[in-house]
Design a protein around this ligand. Structure first.
Ligand code: 6CS
Length: 282
């Protein structure tokens, strides 16, 4: 018997952890999600990928696509909870969520750990810095080479990994919990760079309305990544059903109608595949 503690209705933002009781080991079926009445999404609250309004309403390109696909599958609603990127896959594996819809980029090690849908949101990486970029930081390697340079990024996120792989020592890579904190840390001079995907940084800068910050985009040498909805490794039947509806929406133009107002390119996602993204050398 599955029991969930969740705020029902209207894509509610579930404030409480949703506990899954018996049946964790088995796959989640579409029938069970229909019976549950909603799909439990893991999100990050990083606009335009994911966003939670003060009234709890969940939006953003990733949840909006998922909401529409699940509706077409007969699952009428979604309920989302916020998670740090580094905690999303463990949370999925522990069955705290039914699917990650947060812009969790496909990379080989993640593709091993989850069952991704076909690509949904593609983006390059960006730096937010103080105006003038006095240390001329254009790449993660530039940060590594300058012993005084520090970078902030989400814990367990792609930008943190890119910085470490470029040779930035751990003590110069600062874990930042959310975009607003990253902005403030740059403004206060506590970090030189805050790194997120381009559309997230652009959204932050547009809302900050601060003439003393600037953006480097794309980060030189960093790949363009695409995310997919990430399902538990055992839930491939559910993932396949999701992909059937996603493909129809890509074909009909419905997919573009949902993601392009957020600034994402439907063509970029349509032009690639899960297999290509999961195989790409990062
Ligand atoms: O997939 C990731 O790890 C990255 N994705 C997004 C949308 N933001 C930051 C995060 O590091």
């Amino acid at each position: 018997m599955r029991q969930f503690l969740a705020l029902a209705g209207g894509a509610a933002f579930a404030l409480t952890a949703m506990a899954l009781t018996a049946g964790s080991a088995g796959a989640i079926t579409l029938e069970e999600l229909k019976e549950q009445g909603f799909a439990r999404l893991a999100i990050a609250n990083e606009p335009p990928y994911t966003a939670v309004a003060p009234d709890g309403k969940v939006s953003g390109a990733a949840p909006d696509v998922a909401r529409e696909v699940f509706k077409r599958l007969g699952v009428p609603d979604v309920a989302a909870s916020i998670s740090e990127y580094g905690a999303m896959i463990p949370g999925l594996q522990a069955r705290r969520f039914d699917v990650i819809t947060a812009g969790l980029f496909m990379k080989p090690e993640r593709c091993e750990a989850v069952a991704y849908s076909e690509p949904i949101l593609c983006d390059a990486e960006a730096f937010l810095l103080k105006k003038g970029n006095s240390k001329n930081l254009q790449s993660y390697e530039d940060i590594a080479k300058d012993e005084t340079a520090t970078i902030g990024a989400p814990g367990g996120g792609t930008e943190e990994k890119l910085a470490l792989e470029a040779g930035v020592p751990r003590d110069r890579v600062i874990v930042v919990p959310d975009p607003q904190s990253g902005l403030k840390m740059v403004q206060d001079g506590r970090i030189d760079v805050y790194s997120l995907p381009v559309l997230s940084i652009n959204d932050l800068v547009k809302k900050a309305n601060d003439p003393n910050i600037e953006v480097v985009a794309p980060v030189q040498g960093a790949p363009v990544y695409c995310d997919g909805a990430a399902f538990h490794k055992s839930d491939t039947a559910l993932r396949d059903a999701f992909d059937v509806e996603l493909a129809k929406m890509k074909e009909s133009g419905e997919f573009a109608k949902i993601i392009e107002p957020y600034g994402f390119s439907a063509a970029a996602a349509i032009s690639t595949t899960r297999d290509k993204q999961c195989a790409a050398a990062q």
